[in-house]
Write a protein that binds this ligand. Structure first.
Ligand SMILES: NC(=O)N[C@@H](CC(=O)O)C(=O)O
Ligand SMILES: [Zn+2]
Ligand SMILES: [Zn+2]
Length: 443
């Protein structure tokens, strides 16, 4: 197969030859004899996004999301690798729970990794011998799933992970710095007033100090404050930022209500802008969504009773591409590529992912950045039929390919002879564990 005359993120126009599951050649005027040609003139080709932080909710909460619906949403958003977090039921804290989740993940149309969780009941020796993507998110404070842990356990977990060469990701909030005065309020902003920016900064500081004591590195999940990013980056650790912390702030809460409740919470507009600067200038390593779907029924509660979390896996790359279209944002297409593909692949050690280079997996996304459309929650493919980004401009993929197989084609991008609107199409494809296959499972 030959993808002809695509514009790469750095602006070069190239043909890309896909053979089997891999990119065979990137060059100019490649021979198209006997090739299935996909015309890409005037369109941009990106490496598929590696989203290091999603919650696909199976096993345990299939009414919120399943591996089928979550991975379809990923594919429709140009995400070709997802990493699932451990706060499922059962939590992914032992070998059996890992294996059970891996069986569900077989429904995924995109490639995947599974993280292992840390609680007082975890079985490190067994868990760390599974093909884990990483240990984490290790919850330093309670979030959805109530998996918050004590300081001693964090240090033990770091040591165990280090001994097994498994990366560690951390949900860094410290409940000692939550502001109980906010509990007297019942407006949506009370959640942001309660889970303070300081609670994040303090937890990042402590987690980084423990990592340094153990002469190892950690990755801070969903950093929501410039303070948190700076502390982590100065300590030599890596960070991710979510699309909601990048693009939304406390100002949006009057409209979002409990649909804007997540952990860590939305911050003041000033902080959001400083976070954005750090995403632009390279201090932040990657964007990850923390895709955390909950149903409308669950979200329609008081600010203290509603569950924390917002979906994001289908809208992240489309939103970032819309930002990159706007030259005032400072965000370039190359930076978007680094934040969504190259850096997560580097940080988590996936040499075959993250770039349009010969030899890499053919994980590709074709987009037409000359046009935007408005995000509409009901048209998204997650079970969660709402989004905090309703109405925002976005650039959705025309198609998404995972290891050489087109897994998704957007309906209105398909050629059609009549005027009836075409449905989006998903194709059968079995995503693989990016850490290795079942048959290679270590015992
Ligand atoms: N971010 C959230 O607010 N919620 C996440 C858990 C988490 O990432 O902390 C969830 O699983 O719902
Ligand atoms: Zn978290
Ligand atoms: Zn999370």
């Amino acid at each position: 197969m030959l993808i002809r005359n695509a514009t790469l993120p750095d602006g070069r126009q190239r043909d890309v030859r896909v053979r089997g599951e891999s990119i065979a050649e990137v060059g100019r005027d490649l021979d198209a004899t006997d090739q299935h040609v996909i015309e890409a003139t005037g369109k941009r080709l990106f490496p598929g996004m590696v989203d290091a932080h999603v919650h696909f909710r199976q096993p345990g909460y299939p009414h919120k999301e399943t591996w089928e619906t979550g991975s379809r949403a990923a594919a429709a958003g140009g995400v070709t690798t997802v990493v699932d977090q451990p706060n499922t039921d059962p939590p992914t804290i032992d070998g059996e729970a890992f294996d059970q989740k891996a069986d569900f993940a077989a429904d995924s149309v995109v490639d995947w990794g599974i993280n292992g969780g840390v609680t007082a009941d975890w079985i490190p020796n067994v868990l760390l011998r599974r093909r884990l993507f990483a240990l984490g998110e290790v919850f330093l404070a309670d979030s959805t799933g109530d998996m918050g842990i004590e300081a001693d356990l964090f240090a033990d977990a770091l040591e165990a992970a280090d001994d097994n060469d498994v990366p560690v990701t951390v949900h860094a909030e410290d409940a000692d710095y939550f502001n109980d005065d906010a509990k007297a309020r019942d407006d949506a902003d009370a959640w942001s007033a309660f889970r303070t920016a300081k609670a994040e900064a303090k937890a990042v500081e402590r987690a980084c100090a423990v990592a340094q004591e153990h002469d190892t590195t950690i990755h801070i999940a969903h950093t929501s404050t410039p303070e948190g990013v700076d502390i982590a980056s100065e300590a030599g650790m890596t960070t991710e930022v979510t699309p909601h912390h990048l693009l939304l702030s406390r100002r949006d809460l009057s409209e979002l209500g409990t649909y804007g409740r997540m952990n860590p919470p939305l911050r003041r507009e000033k902080r959001r802008q400083k976070l954005y600067e750090r995403v632009v200038d390279g201090t932040v390593d990657m964007i990850a969504t923390d895709h955390a779907p909950h149903t409308r029924e669950e979200k329609d509660a008081s600010i203290w009773d509603a569950p924390s979390g917002v979906p994001g896996v289908e809208t992240v790359l489309p939103l970032l591409l819309a930002e990159a279209r706007d030259s005032d944002s400072g965000l370039t297409y190359e930076r978007v590529r680094d934040l969504t593909a190259r850096n997560p692949a580097d940080v988590f050690g996936l040499p075959q992912k993250g770039g349009i280079e010969s030899g890499n997996d053919a994980d590709l996304v074709l987009v037409d950045t000359t046009e935007t459309s408005e995000i509409n929650g009901e048209r998204l493919h997650s079970k969660c039929d709402w989004t905090p980004f309703e109405g925002r401009e976005a650039v959705f993929p025309e198609w998404t390919m995972v290891r050489g197989t087109v897994v998704y084609e957007r309906g209105d991008a398909l050629e059609s002879d009549d005027t009836t609107p075409q449905e989006d199409v998903f194709y059968d494809h079995q995503g693989e564990n990016v850490r290795g296959t079942d048959s290679e499972r270590l015992e």
